[in-house]
Design a protein around this ligand. Structure first.
Ligand code: NAD
Length: 437
């Protein structure tokens, strides 16, 4: 296998996993981040994020002298005498207030890479970017590159999921490469060859659209089943059986049909918004995406509605929230449903206690006016109602007799359907779950 010299700019959830995994399959990778504290931590062998299995991959690659860290793009591009052949841009593309993606970080990196590259370089968009971003990156690099230095722009969207990012990166369903250059396609194929997975080569715009369309479709699947759950609640049907029956149809598939209190995280909400924004920019109203978002927003209010059904007025009552991260096995709090749920409960004057196995440090930066507890037991103690927000295994395995004894009233609002309704009732709980009786 030929080892390729790679630079990954942005050492976050995507960049660090990308860099470490590409190094683990034999490439020489320099990960760059402008956040000095992040790079300092990594140089000490510490992880700036929680991601299962990542520390081992990073530490092995560092020991093998395949993975390096830097705070400087010029240093990384010509690192210790190794000229980089491919640069992956993996910086954030956060939403602006109108829903469009803020691409200023991508632009800044493109400028710096262009200024310092000294020979043919493939510049790959790893960040999730709107269709036609490739054209802007091309214009920017052309403007800043030294005369005669050749380059190609590639779109290479990432589909990993936080919580299983390493496995997702190393064993993807497919790798998508969007490029109009044969030379760039060959280099990308070389980089991904060790993964032994299907590689779809397409043009830049189609590749950019694949990412937004995929995430919007998955978000739509979640909102669809949540809407079905609402019908189940009103008719006495069971959403889990409905989802099972639907999922057995190969045309539909069983994944992403789990009813709950909605999606969050740094991908679905912002990518859905950005895709909707682009559609309107281009003169087409992709209205279905607005409905997907609205169903998701309403689903977060489900918690308050169900708690009120049991507790009447929430003012002065104590609500215990178990789980804050947007999904289990991550510390990521960006756009987590817990943020809106806390806000809605606060608006009604509830006292809120919270606990999450790993997201507490990030949650402290975002949530004010709540009591942070050191474990699940402290969180539940003397609460008027327990709400399950994130389906961590730790909560699935709670001793329910102890839970009942800890709570002031045996009321459980289960936003992730982690307990069995019949068992909960037999144990004497007033139990509310999504789309089940
Ligand atoms: P992140 O915030 O964890 O990481 C981005 C990093 O880029 C930060 O560490 C930041 O300091 C760094 N950065 C910003 N500007 C820089 C610059 N000029 N030079 C060097 N470093 C710079 O974000 P993330 O979750 O890794 O997401 C990155 C991109 O990947 C986004 O476009 C996101 O939509 C996409 N994506 C994310 C996921 C996910 O699960 N998080 C999955 C697929 C795609």
């Amino acid at each position: 296998m030929k080892s390729v010299n790679i630079c990954v700019v942005g050492t976050g959830y995507v960049g660090l996993v990308t860099g470490a995994c590409l190094a683990s399959v034999g490439h020489r990778v320099v990960c760059v981040d402008s956040d000095k504290s992040k790079i300092a931590l990594l140089k000490k062998g510490k992880m700036p994020i929680y991601e299962p299995g990542l520390e081992e991959v990073v530490s092995r690659a560092v020991k093998a002298k395949k993975l390096f860290f830097s705070t400087s793009i010029p240093d990384a591009i010509n690192h210790q005498g190794h000229r980089v052949e491919a640069v992956f841009i993996a910086v954030g593309t956060p939403p602006r207030s109108d829903g469009s993606a803020d691409l200023s970080f991508v632009e800044k990196v493109a400028e710096q890479v262009a200024e310092h590259m000294t020979g043919y370089t493939v510049i790959a968009e790893k960040s999730t970017v709107p269709v036609e971003t490739g054209e802007w990156v091309h214009k920017t690099v052309t403007r800043f590159a030294a005369p005669g230095v050749e380059f190609d722009i590639v779109s290479n969207p990432e589909f990993l999921r936080e919580g299983s990012a390493v496995g997702d990166f190393l064993h993807p369903d497919r790798v998508v490469v969007g490029t109009n250059s044969k030379r760039a396609a060959e280099l990308m194929k070389l980089i991904y060859a060790p993964l032994k997975c299907p590689i779809l080569i397409t043009d830049v715009k189609s590749s950019e659209l694949i990412k937004h369309a995929s995430n919007s479709f998955l978000a739509a699947k979640i909102s669809f089943i949540n809407a079905v759950a609402n019908i189940c609640e009103r008719t006495g049907a069971n959403v889990e059986d409905v989802a099972k029956g639907m999922g057995m149809d190969k045309r539909i598939g069983a994944s992403f049909l789990k009813a709950g209190i909605g999606f969050g995280g740094f991908c679905f909400p912002k990518d859905l918004e950005a895709f909707y924004w682009i559609s309107r920019q281009k003169g087409y109203d992709f209205d279905m995406l607005r409905a997907v978002k609205e169903i998701n927003e309403d689903q977060k209010r489900w918690v308050v509605r169900r708690a009120e059904e049991e507790l009447w007025n929430l003012g002065g009552k104590t609500v215990a929230l178990l789980g804050l991260a947007f999904k289990p096995e991550t510390d990521d709090m960006r756009f987590a449903p817990s943020i809106d749920i806390v806000a809605a409960l606060k608006e009604r004057g509830a006292k809120i206690k919270v606990y999450d196995p790993v997201a507490m440090p990030n949650a402290r930066k975002l949530l004010g006016g709540v009591t942070f507890c050191k474990n699940a037991q402290e969180c539940m103690k003397d609460a008027d109602c327990l709400v399950i927000v994130t389906e961590w295994a730790e909560f699935k395995n709670l001793d329910l007799e102890k839970v009942r004894a800890l709570l002031r009233h045996p009321i459980v609002v289960d936003g992730r359907n982690i307990f069995e309704p019949a068992r909960m009732r037999a144990l004497g709980f007033a139990y509310k779950s999504v789309g089940r009786q």
